[in-house]
Design a protein around this ligand. Structure first.
Ligand code: SF4
Length: 285
């Protein structure tokens, strides 16, 4: 049987499609990535859509579609979920996976807890790592459970892997023990945190003090969500507080088409502009 896999909009190799590929290969079938134009050539066809804002292509009626951009209720079945990803599907030379799912926070702008429920542990790096020198962790709130976080970091350190905590860590859970462990790792990308809600300022300040103690401040950056429930004054306040504390802010507009949000994000995220021009002088350019 020939199985076609359609990656609608992923920005990195699609984990669900790589697991489906392994599942069908183990049954002796052929799998390959394909485009909607050639979908009719296959006996079975699967499509994965990650983002809600991307357009859904025209697909044959028998296509099995999944991914959070399609439905919050679409999941891989258990037999497929436990598969080692077939990295060769994308020619991918790094490992990607989750060791936890869900999140205990219920941020109203986020689908994670709606889709995956409360934070729970689903495995460790050995369920998706095959000796690659780099690894992307997709956990949404890995440091919720300190023991699990330290155990995962220990596996990463012992195997000399460069790591990207792709979905970021929660500054509210950061402790000295976690920061000491982070400081011992080879980081592939900056460590991401978020300051989306005005109410967590105290935790952000305390977290930055911890980062500073272990020389992690300059290896970290903070996402700042704007345009959801904050005012422009509160957006500028968060950005300037982070700048003052020596940490990089990165603005995420809730509505990318809104004139103010677009302009504010451009001002903060283009570091040369941010360092040389005040917001009052840049506004709405
Ligand atoms: S803490 Fe992060 S992952 Fe959890 S609900 Fe809020 S935005 Fe989503």
């Amino acid at each position: 049987m020939k199985v076609g896999l359609i990656d609608v909009d992923s920005k990195m190799p699609n984990l669900a499609l790589m697991k489906l590929s392994t599942y069908f290969k183990n049954l002796g079938h052929k799998t390959e990535l394909t485009s909607p134009l050639f979908a009719n050539k296959y006996d079975e066809i699967f499509a994965s859509k990650i983002f809600t804002y991307s357009e859904m292509p025209i697909l044959p009626d028998n296509t099995i579609i999944g991914g959070p951009g399609y439905s919050l209720n679409s999941y891989l079945d258990e037999d497929t979920e436990i598969m080692m990803p077939n990295y060769s599907l994308y020619g991918c030379d790094y490992a990607i996976g989750f060791t936890t799912r869900g999140c205990n926070r219920k941020c109203p702008f986020c689908i994670v807890s709606k889709k995956e429920g409360n934070f729970h542990i689903v495995g460790d790096i050995y369920s998706f790592w095959q000796g690659q020198p780099r690894l992307i962790l997709l956990d949404n709130s890995l440091n919720t459970d300190e023991n699990h976080f330290l155990m995962i970091c220990d596996q990463i350190e012992r195997n000399h892997i460069k790591v990207d905590f792709n979905q970021g860590l929660d500054i509210r859970y950061l402790t000295d023990a976690q920061a000491i462990m982070l400081a011992s790792l080879k980081l592939w990308k900056q460590i991401h945190f978020a300051w989306d809600l005005m109410s967590i300022e105290k935790s952000v300040r305390k977290g930055i003090e911890i980062l500073n103690r272990y020389h992690l401040k300059y290896k970290s950056m903070f996402y700042i969500l704007i345009g959801y429930d904050t005012t422009p004054e509160e957006d500028l306040y968060r950005v300037e507080i982070l700048r003052g504390l020596g940490v990089d802010p990165f603005v995420m507009p809730y509505n990318k088409f809104d004139r103010y949000q677009k302009s504010f994000a451009r001002w903060v995220n283009h570091k040369a502009i941010f360092k040389s021009v005040e917001w009052e002088d840049y506004k709405y350019r």
